[in-house]
Design a protein around this ligand. Structure first.
Ligand code: NAD
Ligand code: IPM
Ligand code: MN
Length: 381
């Protein structure tokens, strides 16, 4: 039971492309949560701010001061997606993506949790054989504020045909240590296995990565640690993804492998994520991008955004029961056969609906869930 009179202030950053569409759908779910939390004396409020291309248009930069200040003052931030063809010719630091990277860094959310599992009813959506994905339940822990995404120096020089470009992949020991702790602690709540992914046969950063992870592992004798090289891991994730529990890796490898997991489960649209640091607001975002190919068509799957909201409730609001209730509502609409286009396979009993309606149906299922609990007179939060 939560204390009465608590207030949770959130910031929504819809961003670009399908970002605003999936955030609007998540907002339907938030509105239902607010209504029922309010009855328990827990106040939920939110405001939206521009980021990415939308912020470039509105304020001339991808992460306006006002957006950053609001995010820093919030309990948690829910982001849609940034980027699009319109801003693709801008210099790296002016691009929509720079706004997102700047936000992650400013909030110090160094651990990005990207779970991958088959949602009930979507088992057949995976392109892999049922035997390869049965029981799939992976938590990818991606380092988020270091590595080649942020390393200096970087840039370009010279003129064609003699141009050159430089990126720097660098890791401090402490950056590896802190995210490794997140992975080992998560493993303790799961199957107690960590697979650390690197490229130590080639990269210096990976050699340091492996040494530090092994050192951290000594503090978790109850957790089993193994290592994989990233190229081999890419194969294993399609051959036998269900053998993995927690997968720990650096920033760029994690970016790539998490999209691969989206393919493994059958759609990027259902993949959620939580980015957390040491206290401070968490950042929650679906794994997918702004999907310019389907933007503005009410076709995007909002479940990744809605499940990110469930992660927000758990990790930043300390409302695990709200989190479970949102997940249960998602499962319920899937059980009813409701599908966005990306997760439809033409099977009997399925009904293809748009982004907005999917949000509304999940919100309805959540309300139903609360209503049933209250009818049973159960203290819920
Ligand atoms: P993408 O993830 O936007 O799209 C890849 C494919 O998946 C597309 O075919 C798209 O239609 C589909 N897809 C993605 N999300 C979906 C959803 N919710 N429902 C149904 N289908 C979905 O990747 P991309 O096309 O390579 O990148 C487009 C833009 O998004 C780029 O500017 C990129 O930088 C940006 N991006 C942003 C984020 C983020 O903001 N977190 C993440 C990835 C890419
Ligand atoms: C993601 C995205 C981002 C990343 C881009 C948009 C900067 O691909 O969140 O996976 O590479 O981290
Ligand atoms: Mn990505």
């Amino acid at each position: 039971m939560k204390e009465q009179g608590e207030t949770h202030q959130l910031v929504l950053l819809p961003g670009d492309g399908i970002g605003p569409e999936v955030i609007k759908a998540a907002e339907s779910v938030l509105s239902t949560a607010r209504e029922y939390l309010g009855r328990e004396g827990i106040e939920l409020s939110w405001q939206a701010k521009p980021i990415g291309g939308a912020a470039i248009e509105a304020a001339g930069q991808p992460l306006p001061d006002e957006t950053l200040a609001a995010a820093q003052a919030a309990k948690a931030v829910l982001l849609g997606a940034v980027g699009g063809p319109k801003w693709d010719r801008l210099a790296p630091h002016e691009r929509p993506e720079a706004g997102l990277l700047g936000l992650r860094r400013a909030l110090s959310v160094y651990a990005n949790l990207r779970p991958a599992a088959l949602l009930p009813g979507l088992e057949g959506q995976s392109p892999l054989k049922p035997s390869a994905v049965r029981g799939l339940d992976v938590l990818l822990v991606r380092e988020l504020t270091g590595g080649v995404y942020f390393g200096q120096p970087r840039g370009r020089k010279g003129e064609a045909p003699n141009r050159s470009a430089l990126d720097t992949m660098t890791y401090q020991e402490g950056e590896i240590r802190r995210v490794a702790h997140v992975a080992f602690r998560a493993a303790r709540r799961r199957q107690r296995r960590v697979t650390s992914v690197d490229k130590r046969n080639v990269l210096e950063t990976s050699r340091l990565w492996r040494e530090v992870v092994e050192d951290v592992a000594t503090e978790y004798p109850d957790v089993q640690l193994e290592h994989q090289l990233v190229d081999s891991m890419a194969t294993l994730l399609v051959l036998k993804p269900q053998v993995f529990d927690v997968v720990l890796t650096e920033n760029m490898f994690g970016d790539i492998l998490s999209d691969e997991l989206g393919g493994v489960v059958g759609s990027l649209g259902v993949m959620a994520s939580a980015s957390v640091g040491d206290g401070g607001p968490g950042l929650y975002e679906p794994v997918h991008g702004s999907a310019p190919d389907i933007a503005g068509k009410d076709m995007a799957n909002p479940l990744g955004a809605i499940l990110s909201l469930a992660m927000l409730a758990e990790h930043s609001l300390d409302l695990p029961l709200l989190s479970r209730a949102i997940e249960a509502a998602v499962h319920e609409v899937l059980r009813q056969g409701l599908r966005t286009r990306d997760i439809a396979d033409g099977s009997q009993g399925e009904q293809v609906i748009g982004t907005r309606e999917m949000g509304e149906r999940v919100a309805d299922a959540l309300a139903q869930n609360f209503h049933t609990r209250q009818a049973l007179n159960a203290a819920y939060f």
